[in-house]
Design a protein around this ligand. Structure first.
Ligand code: FES
Length: 145
C-alpha cells in the first residue's frame, strides 16, 4: 500500500474545494428553475383568529401545515396566500404602508389583491389560499377565495 504524498493530499483538497464551489453555485440555480413545491398542506381549515382581531389593513401569519400562510384583511375583503416566496422560499411580510407583500430576501414584491408579482425576481405569483369567516372566526384553507 502506498503512502499519500503531500501532492496527492493537496490535489484531494483541491478537488473537494471545487466540488463545494460547484455545489454553492448550482444549488441556487436549480432552486430558481425548480422552486419548492408546497406540499403537506392541511386538508381542514386552519383557525387564524377572531374576526375582530384582524382590522382592515392588517395581516396575520399562521402555521399552515409545513409552511405558513398569510391572511390580509384588505379593503376588498380577506385575502390569503402561502407566505412562501416563489423565488427562493423566504417568507413574505405584509407592509401596511405600501399595502404590498414583500419578500426581504431579494426585494420581491407581490400584489395583495391577487398575489401577482409586482417586481423582483419571483418567477410566479404567491399560491392563493382561501380565507373565510365562520361564526366570527377567520379560517384559512386550501383553495381560492
Ligand atoms: S426569496 Fe428571493 S425574492 Fe423572495
Amino acid at each position: 500500500m502506498s503512502d499519500i504524498t503531500r501532492r496527492d493530499f493537496l490535489k484531494l483538497l483541491q478537488g473537494a474545494g471545487a466540488l463545494i464551489g460547484v455545489s454553492a453555485v448550482a444549488t441556487p440555480v436549480v432552486a430558481y428553475f425548480y422552486p419548492p413545491k408546497l406540499i403537506e398542506m392541511p386538508t381542514e381549515p386552519v383557525l387564524v383568529c377572531p374576526e375582530s382581531e384582524l382590522q382592515v389593513g392588517e395581516a396575520k401569519i399562521v402555521e399552515f401545515g409545513r409552511y405558513p400562510a398569510i391572511v390580509i384583511n384588505t379593503e376588498n375583503g380577506l385575502k390569503a396566500y402561502s407566505a412562501v416566496c416563489t423565488h427562493f422560499a423566504c417568507l413574505v411580510k405584509w407592509n401596511p404602508e405600501t399595502k404590498r407583500l414583500e419578500c426581504p430576501c431579494h426585494d420581491g414584491y407581490f400584489n395583495a389583491a391577487d398575489g401577482s408579482v409586482i417586481s423582483g425576481p419571483p418567477p410566479k405569483p404567491l399560491l392563493a389560499l382561501a380565507a373565510e369567516v365562520v361564526d366570527g372566526q377567520i379560517y384559512v384553507k386550501v383553495g381560492e377565495a
